[in-house]
Design a protein around this ligand. Structure first.
Ligand SMILES: [Zn+2]
Length: 366
């Protein structure tokens, strides 16, 4: 299975502050991000005498100034009627509160995403809490790396997200929204975030996919200290199977990279990608390993402490999925680290590491 049969109808991103027509009644814009991944795509859907915004950009004057350019140049003098946010991550949610207040427009989100975000927005813990320290220790993170992680502190969500509206309109899987006379169906996925909203319009065969389906980068699917026993990768794989029920012909409008065709190819590639990474971990665990020991199996580049933090969560997601399938067992060693051991006694004999896809270079926060 390769990833090369995706096609991209646009060669480049629209410059920040401008909007480009990508489908009937839909405009594409992008905003800069201060991360390794340098932009997020946002969309405008024409809504009769106004516009619906889908995703909003990260908090900060820079994004707001680009939004003001959009207001002046891309809305044909019409107001914003609704603000839809696909999921709670700050690059998507960051400006929602400001936009809702500016336009006196309601915020539409799934319930889980909205209340997670409200919780994180109100968190005032600044030091790494004991739950997080325990999580990293059990993951096998060495003390010196843990000190670096601790020195960066905890939280910080609210510094990247404008104060949120205290009320919202709930989006539910299967719900149909009428926007500009067209029907858009809410399709939710889970794994990257708990109740991620995508929007599909059958009439024009367009899927606004958020971070649920990206064409070139793999979305971060991580276990973290808030829910250390979760199995998000199983939800992620289930979601990919669910999204295969959408038409392969759809134009996919993702939150990063460029719009593309080839939905099923991409979903099948990602399903295989994660299976492959799990097999590589399982084979390595013929001898018991900590999650930290397994990072080179999943990532090819040397990682700094911030990347190790992201990578560990991704690695544990793969290990938990394997545990859920009865392929790995986990024990706590005398140093307080979890060690994972593969259960299948034939694994070491049938290991063919050359067949594995190469590891990702480094984890991304997306
Ligand atoms: Zn995200």
């Amino acid at each position: 299975m390769d990833n090369f049969s995706l096609t991209y109808p646009f060669d480049d991103l629209p410059p920040s502050g401008t909007a480009r027509d990508v489908a009937p009644g839909i405009k594409w814009l992008q905003m800069p991000l201060p991360f390794a991944l340098d932009h997020i795509n946002l969309y405008l859907i024409e809504d009769g005498d106004g516009w619906v915004i889908v995703d909003t950009g990260i908090r900060g004057d820079k994004t707001q100034n680009f939004w003001r350019e959009i207001f002046a140049n891309a809305l044909d003098g019409k107001p914003v009627t609704r603000v839809i946010v696909t999921h709670m991550h700050p690059d998507h949610l960051g400006q929602a509160g400001w936009l809702c207040r500016h336009w006196n427009a309601p915020l539409l989100m799934s319930r889980t995403e909205y209340f997670y975000a409200r919780t994180f927005s109100n968190e005032n813990v600044r030091e790494l809490p004991p739950e997080a320290i325990l999580f990293y220790q059990r993951g096998g993170i060495p003390e010196n790396i843990l000190s670096e992680i601790a020195s960066r502190g905890w939280g910080g969500f609210s510094s990247n997200v404008e104060p949120m509206p205290v009320g919202y309109h709930r989006l539910i899987d299967g719900q149909v929204l009428t926007i500009g006379g067209r029907e858009w169906r809410v399709v939710t996925g889970s794994g990257h975030s708990p109740e991620h909203v995508c929007l599909y319009c059958e009439e024009i065969d367009v899927l606004i996919s958020g971070d649920q389906v990206l064409p070139r980068i793999t979305s971060n699917v991580s276990v973290n200290a808030n829910e250390p026993e979760e199995d998000p990768l199983s939800y992620w794989l289930d979601s990919h199977r669910k999204f295969l029920s959408l038409p392969d012909t759809a134009l996919v409008l993702p939150s990063h990279n460029r719009p593309f065709y080839g939905l099923h190819t991409r979903l099948r590639y990602l399903l295989e990608h994660h299976e492959d990474r799990m097999l590589a971990c399982e084979e390595k665990c013929v001898t018991p390993q900590t999650a930290h020991d397994l990072l080179p199996v999943m990532f090819s580049r040397p990682l700094d402490s911030f990347q190790i933090m992201l990578a560990l969560g991704e690695c544990i997601a793969h290990l938990h999925c394997l545990m859920g399938r009865g392929r790995l067992e986990r024990t706590l060693d005398q140093d307080g680290r979890y060690r994972y051991r593969s259960i299948d006694p034939t694994l070491s004999k049938r290991a063919h590491p050359d067949t594995h896809e190469s590891p990702d270079p480094a984890p991304l926060m997306v």
